[in-house]
Write a protein that binds this ligand. Sequence first.
Ligand code: RNT
Ligand code: ZN
Length: 415
Amino acid sequence: MNTRYENARADYAALGVDTEAALAALSSKAISMHCWQGDDVRGFEGTGSLDGGIQTTGNYPGAARTPDELMADIDKALSLIPGKHRLNLHASYAIFADGEQVDRDKIEPKHFAPWVEFARARGMGIDFNPTCFSHPKASGATLSSNDESIRRFWIDHCIACIRIAEYFADELGTPSLVNIWIPDGMKDTPADRYAPRARFAASLDEILACGYDKSKVYVSLESKVFGIGLESYTVGSAEFCLSYSASRGLVPLMDNGHYHPTEVVSDKLPSMYLFYPTVALHVTRGVRWDSDHVVRLDDETMEIAREIVRCNALDRTLIGLDFFDASINRVAAWVIGMRNMEKALLIALLTPNKKLAALQEAGDGTALLAAQEDLKAAPWGAVWSEYCRRSGVPTDSEWMAEVLAYEKDVLAKRG
Ligand code: RNT
Ligand code: ZN
């Protein structure tokens, strides 16, 4: 018997919280782990540098250079993260046979067959993202371009991605999320904000007209308020993406690094749950002008998790992570971010939400504040350790040693 856990279990029982129920809920929730932390969003096309208003900084050694390396790194990370999770791929991670390479408008399911085999062997589902950046045809606008051939190219790319997602769903027996994000926008004040947005809407309509099985593929639209070099205007603003998603039955995707600094996704979520059956998230951390730092167990991550749990929305929230830090060990970055998301959910699941809500309803602000603050010292760490133990993964003080060993044995040997 694990005394530390049993003590914590009793403490939580006194608060009216069932730790076993919390652990069961946590272990049944998959988080979609983004492949792009492993190689600084480079992908396998061998085409130049990252662009589109997003950037990685740092050159920590050991970035994955090939599908085999990336898969090995993902495996290492997964071995240190409790729970069963999903894999989030970008189209730029297509795997071509020797000598073959097709442009992004021509990618097919077969180019992702090795990923399907990888996911199948690990019991994972796959989510997907069109890659509308880091490409010669993305040097200006993409889906909002006024150049018909360019606009058509990106429409065809997104349709190809929907077909590939259908293949993922068929092969793996779980729906696939296709998340559309475009970097279109302007560094300086536009003369016309309307026309690009009208073209973006028309492009999306053309993409959706391809016809797809909505029980297998969920299409989401991700908004963003700014990008590097896109400081003054983005075509896919929050209002655009929410309105479009609502009017066409898409899933809205909120990336918590994509809003004004005092806006928080935790506060947006309950409104979203009122009006959308399914909501998708990119959990990340914004720091000044960067929107993609590694997820910490900070107040907002915990508050996002609390809203998901207390709105009883775990089942209808598709949680993915989205960060890329090239200045630290990339396997560690995944492990830290994934474990923090799991910890935030666990803390939320260990909260006596009904009791707290009753204090709010009763107008007892004093008792509510006191209870919320007292809960910060509740022994969730003991429950977390028990979760790691039951999941067969190292606890907090142990996992980093495994990353360091992997760095020494594997990562440091990469050129
Ligand atoms: C960019 C968006 C987008 C990307 C990934 C790589 O600001 O957040 O989700 O980070 O598609
Ligand atoms: Zn994102």
